[in-house]
Write a new protein. Structure first.
Ligand SMILES: *[C@@H]1O[C@H](CO)[C@@H](O)[C@H](O)[C@H]1NC(C)=O
Ligand SMILES: *[C@@H]1O[C@H](CO)[C@@H](O)[C@H](O)[C@H]1NC(C)=O
Ligand SMILES: *[C@@H]1O[C@H](CO)[C@@H](O)[C@H](O)[C@H]1NC(C)=O
Ligand SMILES: *[C@@H]1O[C@H](CO)[C@@H](O)[C@H](O)[C@H]1NC(C)=O
Length: 365
């Protein structure tokens, strides 16, 4: 049945194309499906790539921002003085000068300054303001000092403020506030930020700490030995960074029980800021009072009392305070060798403590 066979073959053109068509259709269909899945896969891929690119970009931006993030300039006060206020009538002569250090701590960012003002406040009232001369551009990692002076016309002090100031000054407790304002722009390579107003405030306090005194060494001759002069060394420390101290004469008395063993004098002197002075002194002991302590020492440990009396004034930024009087006490354990016996290296002379006052009160009741 070749014909029969043939016919279908001849007839085939119709079904064949159909078949082919069908085949084609299937192919297209598959191709379509493949294409479809390809596009989804492709779009998925593109999407994923895009998202990860975005994430990476975000991360890079974040890191860049972290490393490039502009820091505001840092401002420190390096000096503040109010000279010419010694005299009570110093109103017209009033003059405040200060120096601040402005630091651009950024690695790669420059800062433009368009305008900078320094103002001084006293008890929350502005007493003066002045424009500050500052280079208009500050490069990265640069520190520049800037000086300001307020005087005459730039200072407005009401008479009430002035009276308050004088009494605070006499007490040695004055607090000024220095205010710095500036208009700035950041510069990162060629990009410039928009204008920003910066504002810094610092309190400048004339509030000095009391100096401290301590006995670091003492030698009391033992009985039987020649002489009766006590040798001691006293350490006087000024803990202030801004205030130097003018000491009047310092009188030290050594007491055994209620009897004065000896008295010592240190002449007036000036102690600079943050300085410590050591004085090695000799006291000629009072014979009558010396014997009992010399005897006591020969036997055991004795307690020697020391009393310190002086007055001093602070000098801060050119202002001298009034005198502060002090009346201090210390207790020194003396060993049988006539030297300091306790564990401490030095013994403080200080205000009689509240505790001991309370104890004394309690005993009295
Ligand atoms: C800081 O910048 C100022 C002004 O541009 C410049 O005069 C000074 O030399 C710089 N200082 C340093 C340490 O680079
Ligand atoms: C500085 O002071 C002047 C005059 O009072 C004022 O016009 C200017 O806005 C001030 N600048 C800043 C940054 O505060
Ligand atoms: C004490 O010293 C004086 C002179 O400095 C001397 O004449 C005397 O003998 C001494 N006494 C004793 C006990 O060492
Ligand atoms: C030494 O101590 C003993 C006992 O505490 C006492 O009896 C004696 O009087 C003391 N001697 C002197 C010289 O103080």
């Amino acid at each position: 049945m070749p014909d029969h066979d043939h016919i279908p073959i001849h007839f085939a053109p119709d079904p064949k194309p159909v078949k082919r068509h069908q085949h084609h259709h299937t192919a297209r269909y598959f191709a379509h499906r493949v294409h479809n899945s390809l596009t989804t896969r492709l779009s998925k891929l593109v999407c994923a790539t895009f998202l990860s690119l975005l994430a990476i970009l975000g991360l890079i931006t974040f890191i860049l921002w972290l490393s490039l993030r502009p820091h505001r300039p840092r401002i420190h006060i390096h000096g503040f003085s109010v000279p010419g206020l010694g005299q009570e009538s110093g109103f017209e002569n009033a003059r405040i000068s200060f120096r601040v250090a402005v630091r651009n701590a950024n690695q790669n960012i420059g800062i433009y300054y368009e305008d900078m003002n320094g103002s001084v406040y006293y008890r929350d009232q502005k007493i003066g303001s002045t424009p500050l001369q500052f280079p208009s551009y500050q490069g990265p990692k640069n520190t520049t000092a800037v000086d300001g002076v307020l005087s005459g016309a730039t200072l407005t002090v009401s008479s009430q403020r002035w009276t308050e100031f004088l009494s605070d000054k006499a007490e040695g407790r004055v607090v000024f506030r220095l205010d710095l304002t500036a208009l700035t722009r950041f510069k990162i390579s060629s990009w410039e930020s928009k204008r920003q107003r910066i504002h810094a405030q610092c309190d400048v306090a004339l509030r000095p700490k009391s100096p401290s005194y301590s006995i670091a060494y003492i030698s009391i001759p033992q009985s039987g030995q020649n002489g009766s002069s006590i040798v001691y060394s006293i350490e006087i420390e000024n803990p202030n960074k801004d205030s130097s101290i003018y000491f009047d004469d310092i009188v030290l008395s050594f007491l055994y029980g209620n009897d004065k063993v000896g008295e010592s004098n240190i002449g007036s002197f000036h102690e600079g800021t943050g300085k410590t002075h050591n004085f090695l002194q000799t006291v000629e002991a009072n014979h009558g009072a010396f014997k009992p302590i010399a005897n006591a020492i020969s036997n055991a440990t004795a307690e020697l009392k020391v009393a310190l009396m002086t007055r001093f004034r602070y000098k801060t930024w050119g202002i001298k305070s009034k005198f502060h009087g002090v009346n201090l006490q210390g207790t020194l354990p003396i060993g049988s060798d006539g030297k300091l016996a306790g564990k401490k290296k030095k013994y403080p002379i200080k205000n009689p403590s509240k505790k001991s006052l309370l104890r004394a009160k309690a005993r009295r009741h």
